[in-house]
Design a protein. Sequence first.
Length: 97
Amino acid sequence: MRYVLFYESSDAVLEKAPIHGGAHRTWWNQFVADGTLLLIGPFADPRDGAMGVSTTREAAEAFANGDPFVLNGVVKSWRILEWREVVDARRPSTSSG
């Protein structure tokens, strides 16, 4: 099971993201280093938001709760959905469907 964190961008995302980008990267690197953050990134148009994929709900919540983008108004709101990963082309299948 994976947990997908969806961010809804604030109206000021294009102005605020560059200001807080360094702190945001430092924050996410901690989660990458401990193995709980698997993927992260904005959609092609940053105004459409962003998403990340975590190994646990607790890690996704901790990420969002301390993220400088959330704390500084780059992100308007966020939510986490449980995701039933079926195929990961990078590794052999562990699920029968």
